[in-house]
Design a protein around this ligand. Structure first.
Ligand SMILES: Cc1ncc(COP(=O)(O)O)c(C=O)c1O
Length: 391
């Protein structure tokens, strides 16, 4: 570290003090406590700083770190994040990066370069796959989608499909995670801060395995109509990292006491939620889902369409249809549900001020959730890729 006398100690050296003063239970979800700590350090006792006023506090409060100290601070940051008992309690178990050309299980090293075009221009695409009992669920379906997204975003592939697939499987294997999530990104890559992805950029692949310990919640929820504009079809059909409209739509829902906000398309038809698809059971016992030409082609929704055929065979449904859905049709449906890798199949009981059906979790929605859960645990090899773990 530079020998400027007034520089505060690196954050890592103050960790013990910080942790002893802060009850992790009181840390806010937003991590404000830690961010304040990062911004101001805990060395606020310099009488010299206080005498000199704000300007000098700002210039002298920022430590100049060596690489080793920066890494130690990253480790401290992760240690504090792990101490926080927040909703979801996500643990990062393994990360692959084509930048370091391998897998790490040290959460402190799970970072990406700041000059990556995905960071400063949003020029990246991503996808996920659930890890269920040591199998990757719908890996190939999600992989096909990220490759389609990459092509639409004009992102060159760092490796061929089979190599990417193998890297993803090996990352899960190294994580030793039996139940969790795999999330991966294809990026235009690091190289500069220009707008154009110049020939100097080397496309990158990142993948992370994490465990989310929040229990599955299948209680009925409320949705509202989103006032945040939907992405135009060219962008809504790509799973890119440009999720600002999605985030704002979710925030809007939460501000209104709802779980999600539903987008309508430019013609006023029902589109999708911010990270899920939507479906209905009509009064005629038909499963009805908006078609995918202007929205993200949901892997879970497509699987549910296939699984729903069983309910048709059992007489619980009279048919399955993908098409345009008006708001009126949606609001007067017997059942409404959200479908996606995150929510699985979640009943919707209220949309804006309208009660859906009889205001209770519907039997078809529940049956589809059960079929999906069963498929995740014991579906065919086309949807379940086994992981060979090291131990
Ligand atoms: C905008 C949007 N729609 C739908 C979905 C559902 O897709 P999947 O079932 O593949 O998770 C997602 C998932 O992230 C999404 O972001």
């Amino acid at each position: 570290m530079a020998s400027i006398p007034s520089l505060p100690k690196p954050i890592c050296q103050n960790l013990a003090v910080y942790v002893s003063k802060v009850n992790p239970k009181n840390l806010s979800l937003s991590g404000t406590g830690f961010r304040n700590f990062l911004q101001h350090g805990s060395v606020r006792n310099s009488t010299r700083n206080e005498a000199l006023g704000d300007c000098s506090i700002q210039t002298s409060d920022v430590p100049l770190l060596t690489c080793a100290e920066a890494i130690a601070s990253l480790k401290s940051h992760r240690a504090i994040e792990n101490l926080k008992s927040h909703k979801g309690n996500q643990k990062f178990l393994a990360m692959y990066s084509s930048i370091f050309g391998g897998i790490t299980t040290d959460p402190a090293a799970m970072v990406i370069p700041i000059d990556d075009h995905m960071v400063h221009r949003g020029h990246g695409v991503f996808d996920t796959a659930a890890i269920v009992d040591g199998y990757l669920y719908e890996l190939d379906q999600h992989l096909d989608r990220i490759l389609r997204s990459a092509a639409m975003a004009k992102i060159n592939l760092p490796f061929g499909r089979e190599s990417i697939r193998s890297i993803l499987i090996q990352t899960v294997s190294a994580s030793d995670c039996r139940n969790g999530s795999l999330r991966y990104w294809l990026s235009a890559g690091p190289g500069d801060f220009l707008l154009s992805p110049s020939a100097y950029l080397k496309p990158a692949l990142y993948a992370v395995v994490y465990q989310d310990q929040s229990p599955l919640d299948s209680k009925g929820i409320k949705v509202v109509t989103s006032s945040i504009p939907i992405k135009p079809p060219q962008f809504a059909t790509v799973k890119s990292v440009n999720y600002l409209p999605n985030v704002l739509s979710k925030v809007e829902a939460e501000e209104k006491g709802a779980f999600a906000a539903i987008w309508l398309d430019d013609d006023g038809f029902i589109a999708e939620g911010p990270n899920m698809n939507v479906a209905f059971v009509t009064k005629e016992k038909e499963l009805l889902m908006p078609h995918f030409d202007k929205i993200l082609s949901g892997c879970t929704a497509k699987r549910v369409l296939t699984l729903a055929q069983r309910l048709v065979e059992e007489g619980k449904l009279d048919g399955v249809r993908v098409g345009t859905v008006t708001v009126e049709e949606g609001k007067k449906a017997s059942e409404m549900m959200l479908i996606g890798s995150g929510v699985l199949v979640r009943p919707v009981l209220y949309w804006d001020e309208q009660v859906i059906g009889d205001g209770k979790e519907g039997v078809v929605t529940q049956a589809l959730l059960n079929l999906l859960l069963e498929d995740m645990k014991s579906g065919p090899p086309t949807v379940r890729v086994p992981i060979r773990y090291y131990v």
